[in-house]
Design a protein. Sequence first.
Length: 219
Amino acid sequence: MNQERTWNVSIKSVKREEFYFAPNTAWQVKVPAYRVHFNSDCELRLHAQDQILITVGEVGTAGWAAFIGTAIECGPDSILLYTSPQYESRLMEAWQFEIIFSPLNSIEGAQHVINTLGFFPPFHYDELTNVKLENADQGDRSENLSLTITHTSTDGLEQPLDFNFEDVQFKNIYPAEESNVCLQLSFAYEGEQISVQLDAISGFAATFLCRKVVVQLGL
């Protein structure tokens, strides 16, 4: 386990707040968030939009659990955390934070996405198109994967995002079909590479490692 991404904590207080992603824009979304104050064994090097694995309860017991939250605001002894309301009652029991992935640090173009949408979406139920897998260079065995996911807001606003994954090593892949709908796109660190899992409701799905991820807003 990478100690630079893992911290032991003791929670002092948890307060529920309302938070607006992309406030005063067409993409505005109101979500429940939690202001978590804590003590830590060392300084937390967290950034906004970092995805954090939160461990609660005693290991080896039925009360143990781990779930993912997104850091919205970060301070030396507190964070504003976005996670499912089903975990609200467990936050006081948290004893470890681990960074799973940092979009701003590891996805080129992520800042433009966040500036527009307010956050880096998981792409639940979004349509996937333009899937293309090709050799990076002639004679080179490495491959690049490109695709487009059209993110749709709850109000029906659409924004295509064009992804390019460089130096792909596939673990598993299901081919594109006439209809390709994403269940979730998630990222994690695996050594020096990025682990990508694209789960599908229908059509194209894949699990792979890559060296670099680039995203840009489509037209």
